[in-house]
Ligand binder design. Structure first.
Ligand code: F6R
Length: 611
């Protein structure tokens, strides 16, 4: 989730590009850079830090440049360093590239290009593109970019400039957004509409596997076969603030809607669609170490802890070894008993949570390996852990975590399936089926996010918004999801919510169930479905208002509740990946009805770096 800008026209390119990058700062960044076109040469200035730092670095340079590209980086491959900042240029420094996305086959391509004599300066996947363009350039930048991207597996939104092509910019996209802003004798490129709004509201939205040749005097669109493509101009009606949120009223809703993409990105290159095998080659943990694991401790805070609770069920089912899940704030003060063959997994979206970091350090002091699951490359957790596996959710801006949670679940499933293949703890075909089913998750989330389904959540939430208390119940994995559902509801709508293991209700909490008290019952787990339904009956007998969230095919629950919401069919083990989504939506719409400040709930911060 980096930010891209490009400009070609009669104005000073540096000013326009810097201003565009500032408009993309809300996406989060760790470094930034520009490539400015001067006659016969390119000037690349880049480095870590804020746009202001870049501005100081450029200082008086670039006054006579009228075309160029710019980038704010949110690190994926390679830490946030000056060398890894974009733009990247080729060996001869005549080509510069900015890129957003992940190139899966970059290691193979790098090996091949190094064999051809190319010298690399960074650890990034992006630099491949600069060398590929140089390799295929025979006087036509469009053709060189077309050839370059044809070798790339993965996702990209990229823009290239060449020293020898004057004001010419060439861009291409696959699975990562790119828009072209249309001006008078000037044109713009950006990853996001906010970067364009100061100049134009007329845009072409580039589709997947399309590219464009952009000069000050015109824009031509092509597909990757080189055939020209025509496109209607899209008039942007959003104001600047709406545009930052992609037209959504809140970042939280935008991030909920981004979940199919976030999950797809997190799965990218990690599951073989044919064999269902999970590739964990990015881990330093050896197969031998995985085989000899005796116990797993999962440690995290808040939503990340709730992801860990799902992880426990998955690991225990797949690996048949004991798993403990613990709140980092408790673990660090508990003198935990860790053994050399244990693995501690810390989960942290930000990678900066003080308690999680302290737990990580404690485990390391005791000589136990720590594997981090985090969303932020270069974060303290990612640097201090022995091993790290990233969620590719992109920057999460709303305080309430949504897409980070879902991608944490994805990584936990990947680890449990991948480890199970290595440890041979069951039938390979069973693991393979789970692996393949993970790849279907993005489309199933898309179904949940369809308008009709959203309307159901909205209607239910409108009713829930009038309550001061709500209960979430479930058994097994459903209990884990219930915990996250209740946290989401209380933190953004301020409705008091509690999650209970459904079997526990009758041990005390049932006293709180009176007429009309909302109870959301998660019922996706076939082997405990009947048990859950009998707990639902206990609520019904006290006139509680029940919503059952279950999988399609479980229509026998229909008569037990006032409302039933059916999720697309999926293996029970993977159901949390779907069940969490309607709960996020219910919380969001309830908070909206109550007029709460959804993206910044009272008393909360996105990253908790204090105890
Ligand atoms: C709730 C939420 C928090 C975080 C928690 C840990 O929506 O976002 O509960 O999950 O503060 O944060 P990270 O994952 O950054 O360590």
């Amino acid at each position: 989730m980096c930010g891209i800008v490009g400009y070609t026209g009669a104005q000073n390119a540096k000013e326009i590009l810097l201003e565009g990058l500032k408009k993309l700062e809300y996406r989060g960044y760790d470094s930034a850079g520009l490539a400015l076109v001067h006659p016969g040469t390119l000037k690349v200035v880049k480095g870590t830090g804020e746009i202001n730092k870049l501005e100081e670095k450029i200082n008086g340079d670039g006054k006579d440049s009228f075309a160029g590209i710019g980038h704010t980086r949110w690190a994926t491959h390679g830490r946030p360093t000056d060398e890894n900042a974009h733009p990247h240029y080729s060996c001869c420094q005549n080509f510069a590239i900015v890129h957003n996305g992940i190139i899966e086959n970059y290691q193979q391509l790098r090996q091949w290009l190094e064999g051809e004599g190319h010298k690399f300066r960074s650890e990034t996947d992006t630099e491949i593109l600069a060398h590929l363009v140089e390799h295929y350039y025979q006087g036509e930048l469009v053709e060189a970019v077309r050839q370059a991207v044809s070798f790339v597996e993965g996702s990209y939104a990229m823009v290239a400039v060449a020293a020898g092509e004057g004001d010419h910019l060439v861009c291409a996209r696959k699975d990562s957004p790119l828009v072209i802003g249309l001006g008078e004798e000037e044109n713009f490129i950006a990853s996001d509409i906010p970067a364009l709004l100061a100049h134009t509201r007329r845009v072409y939205i580039l589709e997947d596997e399309e590219m464009a040749s952009v000069t000050s005097s015109g824009v031509q669109l092509f597909n990757l076969q080189g055939d020209s493509v025509s496109r209607e101009v899209f008039e942007v009606k959003w104001d600047a603030v709406e545009a930052e949120r992609g037209g959504y009223p809140h970042f939280m809703l935008k991030e909920i809607m981004e979940q199919p993409t976030a999950v797809r990105e997190t799965l990218r290159g990690r599951v073989d669609a044919q064999t269902g095998e999970v590739s964990l080659s990015e881990l330093k943990l050896s197969s031998k170490e995985i085989e000899s694991l005796a116990k797993i401790h999962i440690v995290a805070c808040g939503t990340a802890y709730h992801a860990g609770v799902v992880g426990r069920y998955a690991f225990e089912k797949m690996l048949k070894i004991p798993v403990e899940v613990e709140l980092a704030s408790e673990f660090r003060y508990r003198e935990p008993l860790l053994s050399p063959h244990d693995l501690v997994i810390v989960i942290s979206q930000s990678g900066e949570t003080a308690d999680t970091l302290a737990a990580l350090r404690l485990a390391k002091q005791q000589g136990v390996k720590v594997l981090a699951i985090t969303n932020v490359v270069g974060s303290t957790v990612s640097r201090e852990a022995d091993d790290v596996i990233f969620t590719w959710a992109g920057p999460e801006i709303a305080v309430a975590s949504t897409k980070a949670y879902l991608t944490q679940l994805v990584v936990l499933y990947l680890l449990s399936i991948g480890f199970a293949f290595i440890r041979q703890t069951g039938e390979e075909e069973t693991f393979a089926t789970y692996g393949r089913s993970l790849l279907d998750i993005p489309d199933k989330i898309d179904q949940i996010l369809e308008t009709k389904s959203l309307q159901k959540m909205q209607d239910y939430a409108a009713k829930l918004a009038g309550s001061e208390n709500a209960f979430f119940i479930g058994r097994n994995l459903d209990f884990a999801v219930a915990m996250e559902g209740s946290l989401k509801l209380k933190e953004i709508s301020y409705i008091h919510a509690e999650a209970y293991a459904a079997g526990e209700l009758k041990h005390g909490t049932l006293a709180l169930i009176t007429s009309g008290v909302p109870v959301i019952a998660l019922a996706t787990q076939e082997h405990v479905l009947e048990k859950t339904i009998s707990n639902v009956q206990e609520v019904k007998a006290r006139d509680g208002d029940i919503l059952i969230v279950t999988l399609k095919g479980n229509e026998q629950v229909e008569n037990h509740a006032q409302q039933v919401y059916y999720l697309p069919e999926i293996e029970d083990l993977l159901a949390p990946l779907l069940a969490a989504v309607p709960l996020q939506l219910i919380s969001y719409y309830a908070a909206e009805t109550r007029g709460c400040p959804i993206d910044k709930p009272r008393n909360l911060a996105k990253s908790v770096t204090v105890e």
